[in-house]
Design a binder for this molecule. Sequence first.
Ligand SMILES: Nc1ncnc2c1ncn2[C@@H]1O[C@H](COP(=O)(O)OP(=O)(O)OP(=O)(O)O)[C@@H](O)[C@H]1O
Length: 795
Amino acid sequence: MTESNEKPYFLGTVKAIFFENPENLYKIFTIKIKKTNTDWDAKDIVVTGSFGEISEEEEYRFEGKIVDHPKYGKQFQATTYKRSRPSGRKELINFFSSDEFPGIGKKKAEKIVDELGENAIDKIIKDPHALDFLKLGEDKTQQIVEQISSNHQTEQALYQLNNFGFGPTLSARIYQKYGVQTMEKINDDPYQLVIDVKGVGFKRADELAKRLGITGDDPRRIKGAMIQMVSSLINETGDTYVDGNELIRRVSGVLRTSSTPDLDKKLVDGLKNLVKDGVLLVEDGNVYQKDLSDSEWSISQSLKMITDTFKGVSWTKHALKKELKKIEKDFDVEYDASQQKAIEQSLTHPIFLLTGGPGTGKTTIINAIVAAYGKLNDETLDPASDDYAIALAAPTGRAAKHMGESTGLPAKTIHRLLGLTGTEDDEFAEPSLDCKLLIIDEMSMVDTKLFKLLIEAVQPGTQVVLVGDQDQLPSVGPGQVFSDLINSQAFPTTILKNIHRQDEDSTIIQLAHDINEGVIVDGIFENRSDRSFIGCTSRDVPNVLSQIISKSNERGFDIEDVQVLAPMYRGQAGIDNLNFVIQNVLNPMKPKRKEVSMGNTKYRINDKVVYLVNSPEDNVFNGEIGKIIGILLAKENTDKVDKLIIDFDGNEVTLDRKDWINITLAYCTSIHKSQGSEFEMVILPLVNEESRMLRRNLLYTAVTRAKRLLIMVGDRSAFERSIRDQSSDRKTTLKERIFVTFKIKQPKSKEAQVEEETKPKDYRLTLDMVMNNSIDPMIGMGDTKPSDFLTIQNK
Ligand SMILES: Nc1ncnc2c1ncn2[C@@H]1O[C@H](COP(=O)(O)OP(=O)(O)OP(=O)(O)O)[C@@H](O)[C@H]1O
């Protein structure tokens, strides 16, 4: 088909891009042909392929082959492309006289082409003095030469990166980092990308390196593998460091190089170099990412600063007692001994920690602290006032909303409070908090890096109250800040044990507390007023679940109130499959309904979705659940892109197709993601195939998400195993950093420091009360009981 031996190509201007898939950069568009070496004789052709940035009205050169698509006919399937350079006298004159080169008008542009010919651009790149004849002066000439060279280098670099298989986002990031030296840097050491550019992993760099002839136990390869391994292990385990020997063993496995006697030595040398370069840090045989180790130190130093700058309080203990009495009257509550102690300690110390399970009164205490703080310090509780000096925040949007509702005061996400963007730019953020009292809820979800930013932002003299449930799953990111702070015993802490929510009809809270204690109570698999268990294998989970869901739907349960929580994404009983199954029950495709696809996922109006990243500009954050309320197809809007309109609890957000990677279906979500949220009804499938994940804190976290009804589904033994398997602590050194910074020699025993209630209430009494029907178990739930779903078992 071609006229010569060169690859088939088309040179032309892009007219209309009519399809773009942001996931794989696949695009379809037409070009107006200027030149080709094929025998194609029409004026236009459809071009397909994966491209970085392609702009309409710009000229490109595409190489590839003409294919015959069964439905759409002949198209050009491009494998490489390049933005074309101005060529020919007229184009070159237009180029030089464009806005890009101020000071060069049409006349001077003509002169350049007259003097240097149609190779003018190449000549200028090669010889910086080629433009001297224009007599523009040294500075001006240099400016023009630099502009042309840099355009050329950018173009070359982006073209090369594209050829190396990097998409537009990564290419842009790489180019931003290295600028004109991009190709030089990559050729020199492609593994440096793993350190310098977020999103480039060892595998990617390794493929590139292979093309450049770097293989085996090349020191650069060792370095890349080591960085990647530290990062993977930390993200997988949540630890803040990696055992050095384990690291060496794993890296040698990844390198898969024929074992040389001195490989171990080479690996240790590689490690040493990374330490020298300030990327990793070795301490006591453990290997840290330098920034994570720095974060632990920074946290302990910030905490010390807060402790040292606290000037004490201006009121007496007597005044506090009097105030508390008033507050009890106002709120119509009588604080128990540990609650009173908690309020007192929080108000008299610079840093105070409060932990407790569901229904133990954490929110109640926050309310009391705020009220008493305002009165005792004569501080306004009016958020509209310029003098308002209280900041309330939580790690997720939902938790912040809950905090705001229960206190009646504004509560923000920590990201919003600090003005963070949720991107890697946050690493360079230096926020500052202008408040006198800072209260953080759901502290167990806060990871090391976020806490570092938060606590660094606290100004001298501020009082800090950290509230959470230390028995829940730790943060998604590395660290277990809340547990470490509590276990350091460097700060006054109260563990609330008394369950106060017993006047409601809940056996779920008691179940949660039993699970937390590792107790497998007799009745766990029996039918109760507010919970039930349906035994089945993982293969049957989808079927059982679709029956439960359709029944709950028939009985008028709102989709928003019913949440399926699962530990893993893969498998029959995994999140991905269950979402697909439940969507087909609750929101099936019907003729004439709008539907759009992203990968294997289909979206329809009324679908429940979850947001996966933080977008402060849209006020929507990771883990927030919303509902699709509109679908705008590309052909229906002026932007010519498909759009989804999603209602996140009253906040309507429009997402273009390229942003759909930030959402997924949320009929079933991960237990990790559900932290900080509560639901009327939780359906919890657990099966033995998920044994790797089955831990006590996972089950505890899932069960404590259920406000009114809990339906457990799956293998009995999977539940029992979860209760028995007490998750081992994450490996971190924040506690040790605190010991050093606070000069704590011998930590006191936990019992001596921590306030606990002496005698927790007997849960069986509460259960009996429910069993004896002394409490209406279904208040507000119509005539539905979880046991109604048990009939499924017999089908
Ligand atoms: N001392 C008390 N006397 C009576 N009722 C109390 C007391 N403390 C808390 N409560 C009540 O117990 C219930 C649970 O309290 P609260 O919501 O503060 O607990 P929580 O620890 O924040 O729970 P969760 O983590 O589940 O939100 C509330 O209805 C609250 O009014």
